[in-house]
Design a protein around this ligand. Structure first.
Ligand code: RB5
Length: 152
């Protein structure tokens, strides 16, 4: 198989970050999906931290080309998704089910999926991540709407 080069390999990396409310689910997802090339940006314990800091780390990693997609987790998924979407190159979608995880790729070309560590079960979260990572953007009439969201 041809060498894809460092850039292509980094594009396949999936950044993951969380606050204390998402720590348990982050660890569970890494175990449940061992074939994903995770770039784990913390946090690394259940000690209290601030979710904007971890959304920022993940946004920076995507901007730097260290990962192509990202998963963010806080207690509800709300705070960390709001924080992520303050970064112009991020389109972060909070999903509670597999349909949302699929549609945010097909219609919105979301590059980051947010999950609530205290609101979603591990099995559903795993399926959401799998679907988010394998689903492609539909383009077509969705493209001009995504363009209106700003740069990415
Ligand atoms: C932390 O207790 C919690 O507020 C945070 O994880 C998140 O749910 C905020 O939106």
């Amino acid at each position: 198989m041809a060498d894809e080069g460092e850039g292509a390999r980094l594009e396949h990396m999936v950044a993951i970050a969380c606050d204390h409310g998402g720590f348990a689910l982050k660890e569970a997802l890494k175990v449940a999906l061992p074939d994903v090339k995770w770039l784990d940006l913390g946090t690394n314990s259940a000690d209290s931290v601030d979710y904007p800091d971890f959304a920022g780390k993940l946004a920076d990693a995507i901007k730097a080309g260290k990962a192509g997609r990202g998963i963010l987790i806080c207690g509800s998924g709300i705070g960390i998704s709001i924080a992520a979407n303050r970064h112009a190159h991020i389109r972060c979608a909070l999903a509670h089910d597999v349909t949302g995880a699929r549609l945010c790729r097909q219609h919105n070309d979301a590059n980051v999926l947010a999950l609530g560590g205290r609101t979603i079960g591990e099995a559903v979260a795993k399926e959401c991540v799998e679907v988010f990572l394998r689903t492609t953007f539909d383009g077509g009439h969705h493209q001009k709407r995504v363009d209106k969201l700003g740069s990415c």
